[in-house]
Design a protein around this ligand. Structure first.
Ligand code: ADP
Ligand code: MG
Length: 657
């Protein structure tokens, strides 16, 4: 069953080498009950750990059930421990946050045999704990805890039980109970190896091996009744082979669920700590969503505004002219007339033109009055500036030529003067002159600087000669045939103006300012994009900080649970099992943070719209992005702590204080 050939294990403590086990050769047959005795530090535990595949020898060969196990990988060793060996430790090593049942069930989970629950009940009943299955270890006496540990060692039907000082921490009555259980198991065919320093315990064994300084000094088989019930070696071999093949078992959901269960337990037992690290992700995700909503809201608002500017537009205004080095007020020298406009309108590649004359006026309508801006424009202004009336009509060419007293009013003016009533057909007074309202402009997006709906539009001729007393126009809009001609058009418009005003080439470009609205649009779009990206970057940084918070907590959790990891490995958890457990915990924390963050982000965006009136636009993509990102953060930042945990050596971890 167990065959050691020249097995040695040396520890390097500082500069001294301690030969814990020194060239031991030993053979233990199936069905034996062996007690290993010796003074403290004689190498008993070390030898047992090597027998139980918890530790590797430095040299020598080890055959378990006829199979050479010296060169097996860590995960293969884990599988053999899980299926073929049951451990009982002096310190019981039960997991405190789980019930007796869950503790005893653990090896089944790592074996992928979660459905064998009746086996757990059977073993717990066999050790007399049928009525204690839902108790936590802290609610059990030492003897009862050790009995849970024995049940745990038996659930996978191992052929060897290894017990290291199983009675070391118990009172006399419990000692007798535990030794009774072990003898009973031996009688049923289990091979038992027990380390003890108490002669009265060793007296129950059929064979007593005494060690000193890493060597066996006596090996006494008293009576040595090899049991009839001993399992046959063929079956043992089969079990060993089966255990090895288990390393390549398919991944199973039960283990992930178990990990999730563990994760919830561990989070619940450190509520404040978990809450704080979740908070980091929560704020990060909330910020990402709210910031992105703000960014795209602002972008949408600006885009609406840009659309109302019209496309392919040039705006021509009198420039600042210099007279003997002194800058004069705009328009002081050069003024534009309607004749200039007609001349520009005849240029090639010009689609439409419109003048613009502006001033502030007092408007009276019904019983109300308002101070607003009047714009005198041309007939083509409506299609050029996306201002075709929503209700009523725009003025005609005849009305323009006849300086007709007709007005198209903006929605703000309509509301101020007439409330919700239809203003079309009503008469209003602009600077005491009667005008007929013929239409209402479509509502335009609110600009941050001025209300674009607070305007009255009249024919430019009417504005100049009847309302404002101007002989000149303030600016002109020129629409090009296509976006590509705008640059050339800019030059030809300037050429016409220079010629008509008899200016020198150099003075011309000073006298007129020609703005390409496409450039303005592009500049504004770049600005909003930069702003959204900046907001997103700030939010992403807070998410990163949240991720680091999770990593920090996970590292603490790994350190704190070192012994738990050691135990899990001892009873058969592979690296991947441990890795999964911690990753699931990190991802779960990040996801909880992520989901609460989405609620927070969406909620605060809505509040911003409702109470601050900010334009926000929550996009599905930002929600999806934030939740995937937070899960990814859990994965990425959980990876390192999890891999630290998975790499722990079972024995070092079990001994960790
Ligand atoms: P026992 O169980 O018989 O009391 P151990 O097998 O635990 O003895 O230890 C045997 C020897 O190896 C002791 O001298 C002990 O100090 C040493 N030893 C055990 N584990 C380690 C370790 N991880 N590092 C260094 N020395 C160790
Ligand atoms: Mg020991």
């Amino acid at each position: 069953m167990i065959e050691f050939k020249d097995i040695s294990r040396t520890y390097h403590a500082g500069s001294i080498d301690v030969k814990a086990v020194d060239r031991v050769s030993l053979r233990i047959s199936a069905g034996e009950f062996v007690a290993i005795m010796g003074a403290s530090g004689s190498g008993k535990s070390t030898m047992m750990h090597m027998m139980g595949l918890l530790d590797r020898s430095d040299s020598g060969q080890y055959f378990l059930a006829g199979q050479d196990v010296t060169g097996l990988s860590d995960d293969q060793l884990a599988a053999v421990r899980n299926r073929s060996i049951g451990f009982v430790f002096q310190q019981f090593h039960l997991l405190a946050r789980m019930t007796a049942f869950e503790n005893a069930e653990l090896p089944l989970i790592y074996a992928g045999r979660r459905d064998h629950r009746e086996k757990v009940i059977k073993e717990l009943t066999a050790v007399g704990l049928a009525d204690r299955m839902t108790h936590a270890p802290s609610e059990l006496s030492g003897g009862q805890q050790q009995r849970v540990a024995i049940a745990r060692a038996l659930v996978n039907d191992p052929f060897i039980i290894m017990a290291d000082e199983p009675t070391g921490n118990l009172d006399t009555k419990s000692k007798d109970e535990i030794i009774g259980i072990l003898k009973d198991l031996n009688a049923k065919g289990k091979t038992i190896v027990m380390v003890t320093h108490e002669p009265e315990m060793a007296a129950h064994a059929g064979r007593v091996i005494v060690m000193r300084d890493g060597k066996i000094i006596s090996d006494d088989r008293k009576g040595m009744a090899l049991l009839a019930a001993a399992p046959d070696t063929a079956a043992l071999k089969a079990a060993g082979v089966e255990a090895l093949s288990l390393t390549r078992r398919a991944y199973d959901l039960a283990k992930v669920l178990d990990s999730a269960h563990q994760a919830v337990n561990s989070m619940l037992s450190h509520k404040m700590r978990s809450f704080l690290s979740i908070l980091g992700i929560l704020i990060g995700v909330g910020a990402v969503i709210a910031m992105m909503a703000l960014g795209s809201g602002a972008q949408a608002a600006i885009e609406a505004q840009l659309a109302s500017l019209g496309s392919n537009l040039l705006m021509v205004r009198p420039g600042q002219s210099h007279s003997q080095g002194v800058a004069l007020q705009a328009g002081a020298v050069t003024r534009m007339t309607l004749q200039d406009l007609t001349a520009v309108g005849q240029l090639a590649n010009v689609k439409r033109v419109s003048p613009s004359v502006n001033g502030r006026v007092q408007v009276v309508g019904g019983a109300n009055n308002a101070n607003t801006q009047v714009s005198g424009v041309g007939v083509d202004y409506a299609p050029m500036r996306a201002s075709i009336p929503a209700v009523g009509r725009f003025f005609t060419d005849e009305e323009f030529k006849g300086r007709a007293k007709v007005a198209v009013i903006g929605t703000t003016v309509a509301k101020e003067l007439f409330g919700d009533a239809d203003p079309v057909g009503e008469t209003i007074k602009i600077n005491l002159i009667n005008f007929q309202v013929i239409g209402v402009l479509p509502a335009k997006g609110a600009s941050s600087f001025q209300d674009e709906n607070d305007v009255v539009i009249v024919p430019a001729t009417t504005a100049m000669y009847r309302l404002l007393g101007k002989q000149y126009i303030d600016s002109m809009y020129v629409e090009g045939a296509s976006p590509d001609v705008l640059a050339a058009l800019q030059d030809s418009v300037l050429g016409v103006m220079v010629k008509r005003h008899h200016l020198s080439e150099s003075a011309g470009s000073d006298s007129f300012q020609i703005r390409n609205m496409a450039d303005v649009k592009a500049a504004m779009e770049t600005t909003t994009k930069t702003m959204s990206m900046l907001l997103g970057a700030i939010a992403a940084i807070s998410l990163l900080v949240g991720g680091i918070g999770i990593m920090n907590i996970m590292l603490v959790s790994v350190t704190e649970r070192t012994r738990e990891i050691g135990l899990r490995k001892a009873i058969g958890a592979t690296r991947r099992d441990i890795m999964t457990q911690f990753l699931v915990e990190a991802v779960l924390m990040a996801l909880i943070g992520g989901i609460s963050g989405i609620v927070l982000g969406v909620g605060s965006s809505m509040l911003l719209t409702m109470f601050a009136g900010w334009a926000v636009k929550i996009s599905m993509s930002s929600v999806i992005l934030a939740s995937t990102f937070s899960a990814a953060i859990g994965l990425i930042f959980g990876m390192w702590p999890a891999s630290q945990a998975s790499r722990l050596d079972p024995i070092t971890a079990l001994r960790y204080e």
